[in-house]
Ligand binder design. Sequence first.
Ligand SMILES: C[S@@+](CC[C@H](N)C(=O)[O-])C[C@H]1O[C@@H](n2cnc3c(N)ncnc32)[C@H](O)[C@@H]1O
Ligand code: SF4
Length: 412
Amino acid sequence: MPPALPTGDPPPPDGRLPNPVLDRAGGVPFGVYVHVPFCQVRCGYCDFNTYTAAELGSGVNRSAYADTVIAELALASNVLRRGDPTRIPPVTSVFFGGGTPTLLPAEHLGLIVREIRDRFGLAPDVEITTEANPETVTPGYLAKLRELGFTRISIGMQSAVPRVLAVLDRQHRPGRPEEVVAEARAAGFEHVNLDLIYGAPYETDTDWQATLDAAIAADPDHVSAYALVVEKGTALARQVRSGVVPAPDDDAQADRYVMADDTLRAAGFEWYEISNWARSPEARCRHNDLYWSDANWWGLGPGAHSHVAGLRWWNVKHPSRYASLVESGRSPAAGRELLDEDARLTELVMLAVRRREGLACERLPEPARARIPQLASWGLVDPSAVDDGRLVLTQRGRLMADAVVKELLFTS
Ligand SMILES: C[S@@+](CC[C@H](N)C(=O)[O-])C[C@H]1O[C@@H](n2cnc3c(N)ncnc32)[C@H](O)[C@@H]1O
Ligand code: SF4
């Protein structure tokens, strides 16, 4: 079972936002996330809000999904533009994530993009990304996405090693993600990401190095690399608990992070967030930057999260409940919370320390600032950045980012 949603206040049935929140909503970039909650098979490690056909049952029709999302967009437009249609600036990024967005026909993704454009406008240099599972796309599908305005594709490679792909339950054959990079380039995609996972059961350092080398040889301009997390309630968690497979080893995962950072840097990629490397500033994922910089976004789809000016809300998780609410004109929001100043500061610090730009030291309260020299002496923050008034993690610091945040904010 996926994890429960956070608790919060019940949102109003029409999804209306409080006036003080709307008053603060202008003047920052605005992005749209579209969640597509369908997968052919559930990978044993994944606890995202996604459903196979068997899990969905008969109440949900994939082919009607775009229309349902478009109905939520009408609600989003009414809520955000109430009283001032110019409050929200044109959309700077759209991100289709999942689940597996590429299980929907490209034309359906295009209809959603068109509706976002008609409702909010698109910035001239808008970034439009979709995640794609390698086995679900063809050269024709990728060309269609480009025609429909997509500018970036994020391919779930995870590993180049057959044994690791098998333990992760991945459906694509080894080598297919690299082919998709070439097909995406041929279709005209300038920005191509490969998602990788390290530290899976039975993966060796040699396997991970082979994965990194294969990813780099495919020539994407962006790589995301995540340590495998054993999420509660997943098939992987059950296998680990019963001893069928070994738990990931923290030290091995730390070593593999260092391997990733060193290998990617040698190949011309620079980290710009703990788990993300780009070949150039233009290759960074602007949609992720928007999340990490406290901007505004609306998350469409079941279980999607939204944020406007310190107010966060999240939608009901099940696609059939989501569809019945949206199609009857009601808000699909399940709960919401307004962050107070302390909570916003904690979030700001947690997100900013993960980024290469780091955190302006002056944003920290005095007791936290006083701890920075100690963190520098432990080799966790870059002393030359501190001299320039910024807190930026070293490679060692990136391995211990949570401990750094704890030391800054929660140690008395
Ligand atoms: C939820 S998936 C959606 C995209 C697409 N369905 C796929 O699998 O490539 C997005 C990314 O999250 C990462 N991910 C999901 N579950 C994870 C876990 N338990 N540990 C580490 N990374 C995970 C994977 O790298 C995956 O590419
Ligand atoms: S394909 Fe992606 S979203 Fe679907 S179960 Fe696997 S990791 Fe999760």
